[in-house]
Design a protein. Structure first.
Length: 258
């Protein structure tokens, strides 16, 4: 299994900040955004990772992440000259993947679920991670029947469900055959939903429903929400650790002899 971090796109919803840097390098409380999807790959023992970014900020991306040595990884870089959709960006990784399976994650997605075992145990086909949201028409909508995906549709006007495909995709090597045969959608992009649809047509598309929070941090509001959630969780964990340490100290302290 190899990993791909897709950090392309124009970042238009976050201008003027993205005129200065890639949105994946923007801060989320005390860390750059890109470290959140990166840690999902690292937790699943995916250590050979390709980072795809636009040519405007690829130097900043490489300057911050470096070779990957400080993360225990090996990073490679590819420039996406022009944004053309997630599938187009993933297609740029074909030579890098070299017949292996791939876990691709969008550089502006924050996941709090632990799905490292799903990545480690992937054996073929496709696996997506879905979440129930109040505005499914903004995403690739996934219709479920029990635990089975029965349809998937990109940004429909009338969604069949409130479940959507989030920005983490696991595919076997055949995804690149599919991508090479894609044509642009009505909005001029090569849609990752079409790749998932191909695997669904082969009855090889599986899905995990996320139980914890998921944030697509591509707008000012969602970026602010992400920072708030991360801070609250970090502060909460620190306070919990302090309380536990105090309890341990109190219960193990020897009584003073009379």
């Amino acid at each position: 299994m190899k990993g791909v971090l897709i950090c392309g796109g124009t970042g238009s919803r976050l201008r003027p900040l993205t005129e200065i840097t890639n949105k994946s390098l923007l801060p989320v409380y005390d860390r750059p955004l890109i470290e959140f999807p990166l840690e999902k790959l690292i937790a699943a023992d995916v250590k050979d990772i390709l980072i795809i970014s636009g040519n405007e900020h690829i130097d900043q991306m490489a300057g911050f992440l470096g070779s990957g040595a400080r993360y225990g990884c090996s990073f490679s870089y590819r420039v996406q000259d022009k944004a053309g959709g997630i599938a187009q960006a993933l297609g740029m990784a074909e030579t890098f993947i070299d017949g292996d399976s791939v876990c691709a994650i969008l550089g502006d997605n924050i996941f709090f679920d632990d799905f490292s075992d799903t990545i480690r145990n992937f054996s073929g086909g496709a696996h997506i991670f879905i979440k129930q949201v109040p505005d499914p028409e903004r995403f690739g909508v996934v219709e479920m029947q029990g635990d089975t995906v029965i349809s998937i549709e990109e940004k429909p006007a009338n969604p069949k469900s409130n479940f959507i495909q989030t920005g983490c995709y696991i595919y076997d090597w055949r995804c690149f055959d599919v991508i090479r045969g894609l044509v642009p959608s009505a909005r001029g992009e090569y849609e990752i939903t079409d790749v998932s649809q191909w695997f669904l047509d082969q009855h090889e598309l599986h899905a995990t429903i996320l139980q914890d929070e998921w944030i697509d941090a591509g707008t000012f509001e969602s970026l602010y929400e992400a920072a708030t959630v991360v801070r609250n969780r970090k502060v909460g964990a620190t306070e919990s650790a302090k309380a536990h340490a105090l309890k341990e100290h109190t219960t193990t302290k020897k009584p003073v002899s009379a």
